[in-house]
Design a protein around this ligand. Structure first.
Ligand code: HSE
Length: 324
């Protein structure tokens, strides 16, 4: 392979972070790929938005078909966010014979089989490591290094915005609204933070975790979900008196009879549990396997650079497997 040519869908916060990861670590990334890696076309309407990266104007396209029909583009990175039109674009890219990398948990969770089947049918790869846990490598270890296990349980802090809000309310006594604004300004929260605070984003991520861990797909709408909007300073204080913290937890467990229990809701976590040490926008996925025991994957769960790190990691995984 002479060059890996990428078409990028979306140059918002995460798209800009991904672009920056490639610019910052270009020599390391290209050494790992064994060839130059370039983002050659970008689908984005807002060309003039202020960004702290320099993008050649000729990279911008206004029609995604210019990317899908370009025979020189190998990989499409989808960072539009939201279910549609993102899912249709991912499918279109796969059906055009492009490998796809996405950070889009909403699109993957709502269309898991449709997208996986499209990738299989067209002999290409769909990777979405960045969709759960931001910069934390969690999906790849769960589906490769831990394959020798029967995975039985997951407890995840998988939404950075809500962990940030609950943590600031708990540790600094700050009011909910003020901390939410702060999380939005820092670029963790979704464009519409309802998806974060109502637990919908965590349900999307739990749907993906269950599909990979238990080979059991549940549409996120079918996951019982409660967010953090009703958690009060009084609840936090009462939990503290009992030696606990309140965290938004994505939980799933395979019971002895093979049934799977799952839900997303604020839960009390005893202050000696490793999940109680997960602060700010950090995420952690606590997993139980029948031979490995308990593991916790921990790290920055949101934000442009951590997410861009996982996106470019997926690009390199695809590069490894591409014909050279
Ligand atoms: N809004 C998400 C979060 C972004 O706060 O975790 C990362 O998926």
């Amino acid at each position: 392979m002479k060059e890996i040519r990428i078409g990028l869908l979306g140059l918002g916060n995460i798209g800009t972070g991904t672009y920056k990861v490639l610019e910052t670590n270009r020599s390391q990334i290209e050494e790992a790929a064994g060839c130059p890696v370039n983002i050659v076309k970008i689908l984005e309407k807002d060309i003039d938005r202020e960004r702290d990266i320099t993008v050649p104007r000729e990279s911008f396209v206004s029609d995604a078909e210019e990317i899908f029909s370009d025979p020189d583009i190998d990989i499409v990175i989808e960072l539009l966010g939201g279910v549609e039109p993102a899912a249709t674009m991912i499918e279109r890219a796969l059906c055009s014979g492009k490998h796809v990398v996405t950070a889009n948990k909403a699109a993957v969770a709502a269309n898991y089989h449709r997208l996986m089947d499209a990738a299989k049918a067209h002999g290409v790869t769909l990777r979405f490591e960045a969709s759960v846990g931001g910069g934390i490598p969690v999906l790849t270890p769960l589906s490769s290094c831990l394959r020798a296990n029967r995975l039985t349980r997951v407890l995840g802090i998988v939404n950075g915005t809500t962990n940030y809000i609950l943590d600031k309310m708990t540790m600094e006594g700050l009011p909910y609204d003020e901390v939410l604004k702060d999380a939005q300004a820092k670029g963790f929260a979704e464009a519409d933070p309802t998806a974060d605070v109502e637990g919908i984003d965590a349900a999307n991520k739990l749907s993906i975790l269950m599909a990979l861990m238990f080979d059991h797909y549940v549409h996120p709408k079918d996951i019982p979900t409660k967010g953090i909007t009703e958690v009060t300073a009084k609840d936090i204080e009462a939990a503290r008196k009992d030696g606990c913290l309140i965290k938004l937890i994505a939980y799933a467990e395979v019971m002895d009879d093979g049934q799977i229990k799952y839900e997303v809701r604020p839960m009390r976590i005893i202050d000696t549990h490793p999940l109680s040490g997960v602060h700010r926008e950090y995420n952690a996925v606590f997993v139980e396997g029948n031979v490995v025991g308990n593991l916790m994957f921990y790290g920055p769960g949101a934000g442009p650079l951590p997410t861009g790190s996982a996106v470019m990691g997926d690009v390199l995984e695809i590069a490894k497997a591409m014909d050279r």
